[in-house]
Write a protein that binds this ligand. Structure first.
Ligand code: DGY
Length: 321
């Protein structure tokens, strides 16, 4: 009987996914769910044919070069792949895959939640209840901004951006977007296209980020571009922290240039810039865009579909390199 391929699973995955892994592979699990250091990861990968990492494992060129010779594939449990140096993996002849599509609805839901929460100051209201400081109902206190009739700018009109547009239309928002390529009319569905980020920004009462973290989008939302947003605009980020310049965003939130921000992703997670916690016009979540039972199962099964294809000599559906 031929041996089962050996797979290093770097984090605890949903039960159903681990069951399938245990059935089909010689899987090394991480039941403690502790993030391995690079050295530990390299050590634990000894003799493994493949690795299933999450976005928490930084597979830089230096790490990839030190991975054991046996590792032929990296099947990431994530749609984002900014944590993997694809060039280094390619140079080592590794196949790398991600888990597109299955996160779209869950992530768009969190973007919608952030839009609503940031606009209606949900954090402050919740605090009052939890700290028993809700003195009395007030006609003028805790006032937020209504979504109805407002302009929502979507930066990156891929799959998540388009689902968010659909959800936001249900709130009677007017959709504006910028994308590298203009969408065909059936996908645009009435959204107004702006050929550059700079043209989009002045049209946004709300701005939601849906572009990947790449060298081109690094700190794209900086002081200059925030300056192009209308005064009192609201920013939402469910994409990656690296797209935003923290100093610029914090200045804009402090000065009132921006009404508020709803953030699910940050630079340097989980050690985020502590100034965000001190602001009362931020609504903050710990990178939970894809955190539904349905989506986390689907992400695991998608990663395994890719792994199954690679280990049985077929083309994986979500090959990045
Ligand atoms: C992703 O899949 O990229 C999400 O950010 C969670 O890792």
């Amino acid at each position: 009987m031929s041996r089962k391929p050996v797979v290093l699973v770097t984090r605890k995955l949903p039960d159903a996914v681990e069951l399938r892994l245990a059935r089909d592979y010689d899987a090394r699990f991480n039941q403690e769910d502790r993030v391995y250091s690079s050295d530990e990861l390299i050590e634990r990968a000894a003799g493994a044919d493949a690795i299933i990492p999450c976005h928490t494992e930084k597979l830089t060129a230096a790490v990839i070069q030190r991975l054991p010779e046996s590792v032929r594939a990296i099947c990431s449990f994530s749609v984002g792949f900014d944590h993997i140096d694809l060039d280094a993996a390619k140079a080592r002849g590794m196949v790398v895959t991600n888990t597109p599509d299955v996160l779209n609805d869950a992530t768009a839901e969190i973007a919608m939640l952030l839009l609503l929460a940031a606009a209606r100051r949900a954090h402050q209201g919740e605090q009052q209840i939890r700290t028993a400081t809700w003195a009395e109902w007030s006609a003028t206190g805790g006032l937020g901004i209504q979504l109805t009739g407002k302009r929502l700018g979507i930066l990156g009109m891929g799959r998540v951006g388009r689902i968010l547009a659909r959800r936001a239309r249900g709130f009677d928002m007017e959709i504006h977007y910028h994308n590298r390529h203009r969408l065909p009319p059936e996908l645009e569905a009435g959204a107004i296209y702006h050929p550059s980020v700079e043209q989009l920004l002045p049209q946004c009462d709300f701005l939601s980020l849906h572009c990947p973290a790449t060298p081109e989008t690094d700190q794209l939302i900086n002081a200059e571009r925030i300056g192009l947003l209308p005064d009192g605009a609201i920013l939402v980020n469910t994409a990656r922290g690296a797209i935003v310049d923290d100093d610029a965003l914090i200045d804009a939130l402090r000065s009132g240039k921006l009404f508020s921000a709803g953030l699910d992703v940050f630079n340097n997670e989980p050690d985020i810039d502590p100034r965000y916690r001190q602001l009362d016009n931020t609504f903050l979540l710990p990178h939970v865009g894809s955190a539904t039972r349905e989506t986390r199962d689907a992400m695991g099964f998608r990663a395994l579909d890719n792994l199954d294809a690679i280990t049985s000599g077929r083309e994986p559906p979500d090959r990045l390199v």
